[in-house]
Design a protein around this ligand. Structure first.
Ligand code: 5AD
Ligand code: SF4
Length: 452
């Protein structure tokens, strides 16, 4: 019998939830005797963990399957079998259709069913059903415990799904309704991460601040309550969370930004548009003034809070004056970074069947918005030059003798430091700007301190 471990290559698209899910799929497959490899060549199983948020993201899957089909055929000629699995949100949205359109695909598993990936593969080999897209809230209970991780910053999914039904978004359909994991399970997973040297945890959820998991006291805990509990763990130095909805930015969470030093001064709080008319058409359930008021209260609690957001341009019905309101909102808030996208009609969502804005208009608005956001990001980064701040050193940099870490504001920082310092939080003096990162040196005794 061949006892060599089979090799799996997992390619991840899209958001941080998918990054977390890919790691957990690797745990599931380790149980089945697979070891992860860094590329498709030589892999026995190739998993594409897909994203369906915009059309371009979804189409990438089919072009990638087209490419790896050749690997599969070449392997077959050598008498070796290569299997292809499509996981993630495209799997959930398209199910069977994927195998019809791309017969090289062996199995399809949705984001709620990947704990059954091993069984699904085995069933498909016997000629059985190869598509698994059931919603199963017991997924987390059925996943194997993750192996010890060497990376000092880790993701931890606390909440999945969404009940908001923004009219542009597929998430409520692909990830299902809102579900929060019990607090004790999250604390146990955090402790496990910390025991392997993790210093920073990013709490993840599609709508993470809607978190309302059962606490050990039998009551529903809010995200703020959970954060304060995690902050009690001595080895945990930094806490972050993403992605949030303005409607769920509750008073206790805003207060936590002032009260909890371990909660990093960076918040991704998407608003999507600055126009009340468009916010209503998007079913965002709040207006621009409500967003400004949340930002004001957050900044009162934590004056150095850096903000990030998401914006959609060219949503159906968006006129020039609506777009001007978005630019005005961006000017007023002042972002440290932000993501912006052209509206992409997603099948089955309400806005997809409305009258669409012309592609050229979308492209032109996106360019204007991105120029403004780019300027703000540059200004934010430039303001940190000369300051001393703490950086969690995470991994080797591009140059020998250089490490890359993150500032409290989630800026990537290149620091000349020896590899043994990975995992340490060190004060650095920011000396210069790269295109998407900062350059810094380890601080001596002197230096102006920005954060504790
Ligand atoms: N078109 C364009 N952007 C979208 N997003 C979500 N759905 C769409 C869509 N149909 C963006 C939103 C969201 C981010 C993750 O992706 O800005 O916050
Ligand atoms: Fe999608 Fe976020 Fe709206 Fe939920 S709140 S529907 S995940 S954009």
């Amino acid at each position: 019998m061949n006892t060599a471990r089979r090799k799996v290559f997992i390619k991840t698209y899209g958001c941080q939830m998918n990054v977390y899910d890919s790691a957990r799929m690797a745990d599931v497959l380790a149980r089945e005797g697979y070891e992860p490899v860094e590329g498709p060549d030589g892999a026995d199983l190739i998993v594409l963990n897909t994203c369906n948020i915009r059309e371009k993201a979804a189409e990438k899957v089919y072009s990638e399957v087209g490419r790896i089909r050749h690997l599969k055929e070449a392997a077959r000629r050598e008498g070796r079998r290569v299997e292809i699995a499509v996981a993630g949100c495209v799997a959930q949205a398209e199910g069977e259709e994927i195998i019809r359109r791309a017969p090289a695909v062996d199995v399809v598993v949705g984001p709620q069913s990947y704990h059954r990936l091993g069984e699904t593969l085995a069933r498909a080999r016997q000629g059985g059903a190869a598509v698994e897209t059931e919603f199963d809230e017991t997924k987390f209970e059925r996943l194997p415990a993750p192996p010890k991780s060497a990376a000092p910053s880790a993701f931890l999914t606390v909440q999945e799904g969404c009940d908001k039904f923004c009219t542009f978004c597929v998430v409520p359909y692909t990830r299902g309704g809102e579900f929060s994991r019990p607090a004790a399970k999250i604390v146990a997973e955090a402790k496990r991460l910390l025991s392997s040297g993790v210093r920073e945890i990013m709490l993840l959820g599609q709508n993470v601040n809607a978190y309302h998991g059962k606490g050990p006291d039998g009551r529903d805990w809010s995200l703020a309550r959970l954060i304060l509990e995690l902050a009690e763990l001595p080895e945990l130095a930094r806490i972050r969370y993403t992605t949030s909805h303005p409607r769920d930015m509750s008073d206790d969470l805003i207060a936590a930004h002032g009260a909890c030093e371990k909660l990093m001064p960076y918040l991704h709080l998407p608003v999507q548009s600055g126009s009340d008319r468009i916010l209503a058409a998007m079913n965002r359930r709040h207006g621009r003034e409500a967003y400004f008021s949340i930002i004001d209260r957050l900044r009162q609690a934590r004056p150095d809070l850096a903000l990030s957001g998401d914006f959609i341009v060219g949503f159906p019905g968006e006129e020039e004056e609506d777009f001007a309101a978005t630019l005005d909102l961006v000017e007023r808030v002042g972002y440290a970074s932000a993501y912006s996208f052209k509206y992409s009609p997603r099948p089955g969502t309400p806005a997809a069947s409305r009258e669409q804005v012309a592609e050229s208009v979308k492209a032109e608005r996106l360019a204007r918005l991105q120029a403004l956001i780019g300027e703000q990001q540059k200004r934010f980064n430039a303001a940190t030059v000369g300051l001393t701040m703490d950086v969690l050193l995470e991994r080797p940099g591009r140059r020998a003798g250089q490490l890359v870490g993150r500032s409290p504001f989630l800026q990537a920082v290149n620091v000349d430091a020896p590899g043994r310092q990975i995992g340490e939080i060190v004060p650095v003096v920011v000396e210069g700007l790269g295109s998407n990162s900062l350059f810094a040196r380890l601080a001596g005794a002197a230096g102006e301190r920005l954060t504790a």
